[in-house]
Design a binder for this molecule. Structure first.
Ligand SMILES: [Zn+2]
Ligand SMILES: [Zn+2]
Length: 248
């Protein structure tokens, strides 16, 4: 449709006003009239490589033959198993996906939580449903102090969107963070393990006794946080703990 100049100016003014009141634009590329992540940007979210450790989900692309044959990483072959029995991330923490996660966590773009949570469940590539249907889904909790600072728990937004189309119950009243830890991103691998030790506690252990649990997190790196969550959940009686993250 070709508009006359005054009408074009009027249209631009309306759009500007709308944009001011309710900005509808892709926060990743700035295109107006788009959801917070436009289809073009969402198509650029990078996926994890296809070959990953069957236990912890780390990439074993290009790893030695033994690891390829076992379909397991060196950590899972050589060391004591993690407390969770299965972990996967859909995305690789880089590029546009990294920007999307940052917009959620640091720019507080809450609608991005729904975008990423849906992408975690329905994104391209192979399905990454847990090995068995979980009885309860739990977001990795924030400490109340950090929750106050941010105003929301990004993992809860992800988990809500993730379970949106399933009947899986989502519970936020079971796992709590009792110690306000330093952000893992600022620490070395060794410091990260110490940082999260004893940071979590389980309320209502009777609710998870014998149950299969699915933990949802935004980004996993060294797995210390989710492993510590899994440790206390197993100790409290959970049968199995699975982990799903948007990116790794
Ligand atoms: Zn975009
Ligand atoms: Zn592994």
């Amino acid at each position: 449709m070709i508009l006359s100049l005054p009408r074009r100016i009027a249209a631009l003014m309306v759009r500007g006003a709308m944009d001011f009141v309710y900005p509808v634009r892709c926060v990743l590329c700035g295109t107006l009239g788009m959801p917070v992540a436009c289809p073009a940007c969402e198509s650029l979210f990078s996926l994890m490589p296809a070959r990953v450790c069957r236990a912890c989900g780390v990439s074993i692309d290009g790893a030695p033959e033994l690891m390829q044959r076992e379909r397991a990483c060196a950590r899972c072959i050589l060391q004591t198993p993690y407390h969770f029995s299965w972990a996967r991330a859909r995305g690789s923490y880089e590029g546009v996906l990294r920007e999307a996660i940052h917009s959620l966590k640091y720019d507080h773009c809450r609608p991005m939580g729904a975008v990423l949570g849906r992408w975690l469940r329905h994104g391209p590539g192979a399905t990454i449903d847990p090995p068995r249907q979980p009885d309860i889904v739990l977001p990795v909790p924030l400490h109340p102090r950090r929750l106050l600072e941010r105003g929301f728990n990004q993992s809860l937004l992800l988990a809500r969107a993730y379970v949106g189309e399933t009947e899986w119950p989502l519970r936020t009243d079971i796992l709590r963070r009792k110690r306000c830890t330093r952000p893992q991103a600022l620490l070395t691998a060794e410091q990260r393990a110490v940082n999260v030790r004893g940071a979590f506690a389980v309320r209502q252990p009777e609710a998870i006794a014998g149950k299969r649990l699915l933990l949802i997190d935004d980004v996993v790196t060294t797995m210390h946080t989710v492993d510590e969550c899994a440790r206390v959940l197993k100790e409290a009686g959970a049968a199995e703990v699975y982990v799903l993250a948007v990116a790794r």
